[in-house]
Ligand binder design. Structure first.
Ligand SMILES: CC(C)(COP(=O)(O)OP(=O)(O)OC[C@H]1O[C@@H](n2cnc3c(N)ncnc32)[C@H](O)[C@@H]1OP(=O)(O)O)[C@@H](O)C(=O)NCCC(=O)NCCS
Length: 316
């Protein structure tokens, strides 16, 4: 690639993002609404007033690069994107943008910045090298996501029949989450109040979008609530995103969650048709589940990807 001569890039930290429409091409399409005037339509995006940016422009004010970040907690933030125009890469501009957004974050009282990115990102080697050069933590797997069609249970059933029967013989059953009784709800709440449900797996903390009533279930053991699999409409795809799957610790590694997942996708096929997209994700630290996804589910999947995470503690 031919590189432009190093421009005298001017960095700036704008007071607000709504005048940055000229930088729209310098971030993911998803974040572009944050840069123009007007309201942000998607409530899953950070609020515009929580976001901050560093711009890089040449002497004539032409955009060369953008780093975009958002406060996500009182003292924590997320690097949403960083991009330098292709002809100006490898000349230190990315490094300057990153240092400037870190400083801007520290000025806002943040003491940690986190970056998430997909392992399929085209610019991943450059991004990882840039972050490493700026003393960000070595990347770790944050989440693994599996993309498949709702026809998966029908396709898997012949091979999976012995497994499905085995879990049923252990007392498995399920019911729609939307049809839970007051006693079921009390059982869910009691579980959540105990130390047996990790905070991020509690339905109460699951607030991004309402659970889809047709595909979300309670898992039961001999009738008693033993877990749940909840799906929500995909944010940027036409399908269901299964964002929350929990079973009692004593039932883990025995196939109960997979049995529940098989069931919700079967319900999905009935409700939305066999070609509807089903996306299941698990935390990057859940290595047993990741192994199951790779070994048992991936033959029925179209794609698997992983989200990576890197962090930088900020000096005050
Ligand atoms: C990632 C990106 C912002 C880096 O910008 P840049 O201006 O080229 O980075 P710098 O020139 O400041 O590089 C700083 C250091 O990062 C590392 N680095 C950057 N790009 C690299 C590459 N392609 N390969 C290896 N190392 C690289 C090097 O250590 C480099 O230092 P060096 O040039 O002294 O060896 C740029 O490549 C980019 O815009 N990529 C496309 C967008 C993207 O994928 N963004 C990430 C997701 S939002």
């Amino acid at each position: 690639m031919t590189r432009a001569p190093a421009p005298a890039a001017v960095l700036a930290v704008p007071a607000a993002l709504d005048g940055l429409a000229a930088y729209a091409a310098f971030t993911y399409p998803r974040y572009r609404p944050l840069l123009g005037p007007g309201t942000v339509p998607d409530h899953t995006l950070p609020q515009a007033d929580a976001c901050f940016a560093v711009t890089a422009a040449d002497g004539q004010g032409r955009p060369l690069g953008l780093a975009l970040a958002a406060r996500t907690a009182p003292r924590e933030g997320r690097l949403l994107s960083i991009l330098v125009a292709a002809p100006w890469r490898r000349q230190g501009l990315g490094r300057r943008l990153l240092a400037a957004i870190e400083t801007a974050a520290a000025h806002r009282g943040l003491d940690l910045l986190t970056a998430y990115y997909n392992d399929g990102l085209k610019g991943r080697p450059a991004l990882e090298a840039l972050l490493a050069a700026a003393a960000w933590s070595p990347p770790q797997t944050h989440e693994v996501r599996l993309f498949g069609r709702a026809s998966f249970p029908a396709r898997a059933e012949p091979d999976w029949r012995p497994f499905l029967r085995r879990v049923e013989a252990q007392g498995y059953s399920h019911s729609l989450y939307a049809e839970r009784t007051p006693a079921d709800e009390a059982a869910v709440q009691a579980l959540c109040a105990s130390d047996r449900v990790e905070p991020r797996l509690r339905p109460a903390d699951w607030l991004v979008r309402p659970a889809d009533p047709r595909v979300s279930i309670l898992i039961r053991r001999h009738g008693a609530v033993a877990g749940w699999v909840l799906g929500e409409p995909g944010q940027d795809f036409d399908g269901i995103h299964y964002t929350l799957g929990y079973v009692l610790p004593s039932l883990r590694r025995a196939g109960w969650l997979i049995r529940g997942l098989w069931e919700v996708v079967r319900l999905q096929a009935a409700a939305y048709g066999p070609d509807h997209l089903a996306v299941y994700e698990t935390n990057g630290e859940n290595t047993p589940m990741i192994r199951v996804m790779l070994e048992r589910l991936s033959p029925y999947a179209e794609r698997i990807d992983a989200q990576r995470v890197s962090r930088k503690p900020l000096a005050p």
